[in-house]
Design a protein around this ligand. Structure first.
Ligand SMILES: C[S@@+](CC[C@H](N)C(=O)[O-])C[C@H]1O[C@@H](n2cnc3c(N)ncnc32)[C@H](O)[C@@H]1O
Length: 350
């Protein structure tokens, strides 16, 4: 953490402050010291646990959804399934088990070397890519579970009727927030017009446009679909920057490089980018609705029948409840999909 603090302090010294997006970029993705480059974020021994590692039903249901897409698209070319930010590889492994199709290849888009090792163990035949442009041309299903939330955000606040940007500065060796003139006025204006006049604070995820554009062009060339599952909102605008360390929320400025920094996804932002690119958009629907519509409860019944162990039955129920109960992840997590303008209608959305 000391090394990353030195990097941050050096950058802050240049202007007196840095944007929140630059703070997140350095803390999460610095090529040597970044959290997502270096640390072991996921699992019980890490900082947080995600849906695929809570229950196999998550990946199995998405596997059945993917099989249906492949069936509907009926491409003569071979399909590939790419997990965007593949975590420990559990999701893709569960998807593969359900799909049972030898003519599909699998890949991970990943920057974390520790997770790449986990992913190789989970699915030895899968390929690894660092950028979307490295992925071979072929009909593709992209899956991004808790992928977009890792990207940097800017925050804007109206003080005494004047819009300012939230920055980070340092004093007495302690990072803290400050406000100053907006750095990227074009980006600010582009997003401000999407919020009601009475709004006095909003955030912009600075990478969503690029990610959605890269994926859209890829899918227009090759056909396929991209599924995103993430926590977020369609019409909110509060401060959602958060940090997690050892499964506990901590101050986002207190542990740069060694805590997970994320923000909630503004699904309206994805809808706008998708429309501008002439793509189809499906959703957003809640994770609960999506998984139940796709048969998560029936899958639970089948799995419970396949064991005599009461403990395994209880664990299966508990795992599914964590991802579909509204008080847990069911309501906060939303699902959406984007595809080129074809007749494809993916299951799971109204
Ligand atoms: C919150 S985790 C989610 C992991 C996984 N999808 C899951 O559900 O368990 C974010 C994932 O995105 C990866 N990641 C972060 N920044 C990335 C980037 N710029 N490009 C590709 N992957 C990235 C992380 O290393 C990690 O695998």
């Amino acid at each position: 953490m000391e090394k990353i603090k030195t990097i941050l302090n050096e950058e802050i010294r240049k202007k007196g402050y840095i944007s929140i997006s630059r703070f997140m970029e350095i803390s999460l993705s610095d090529p040597k010291e970044g959290y997502y480059v270096n640390q072991k974020p996921l699992g019980k021994a890490g900082d947080f646990i995600t849906a695929p590692d809570m229950t196999q039903i998550f990946g199995e249901v998405i596997g059945a959804w993917s099989a249906d897409i492949i069936n509907k698209i009926k491409s003569k070319s071979l399909f590939q399934i790419i997990d965007l930010g593949g975590g420990r590889g559990t999701l893709l492994k569960d998807i593969k088990r359900v799909i049972k199709n030898d003519n599909i290849s699998f890949g991970f888009l990943e920057i974390n070397k520790n997770l790449m090792i986990n992913q190789k163990e989970a699915l030895p035949e899968a390929s690894h890519y660092k950028n979307i442009s490295d992925i071979p041309n072929s009909p593709t299903i992209f899956i991004g579970n808790e992928f977009l939330d890792v990207f940097p955000i800017n925050q804007y606040i109206k003080i005494n009727k004047i819009w300012q940007e939230v920055f980070i500065t340092t004093s007495n060796n302690r990072l803290h927030y400050c406000y100053n003139n907006i750095e990227d006025k074009i980006l600010f204006e582009e997003h401000k017009r999407n919020f009601p006049d009475e709004v006095d604070f909003f955030e912009v995820n600075t990478m969503i446009k690029k990610v959605i554009t890269d994926i859209s062009f890829f899918l227009k060339r090759n056909n396929g679909i991209c599924l995103f599952i993430d926590y977020g909102y369609s019409d909110g605008y509060g401060n959602t920057l958060q940090a997690i360390k050892n499964h506990k929320y901590v101050n986002p400025l207190s542990f740069p490089g060694v805590s997970d920094l994320t923000s909630h996804i503004n699904f309206s932002h994805i809808i706008n980018e998708t429309k501008n690119l002439g793509m189809n958009f499906f959703g957003p629907t809640t994770q609960r609705n999506f998984l139940i519509k796709l048969g998560a409860l029936e899958r639970l019944k089948i799995l419970k029948k396949s064991t005599n162990s009461e403990k395994i039955k209880k664990d299966l129920e508990k795992g599914l409840n964590r991802i579909i109960e509204n008080s847990q992840m069911g309501e906060l997590f939303k699902v959406c999909a984007i595809s080129p303008k074809t007749k494809l209608i993916p299951e799971g959305f109204d």
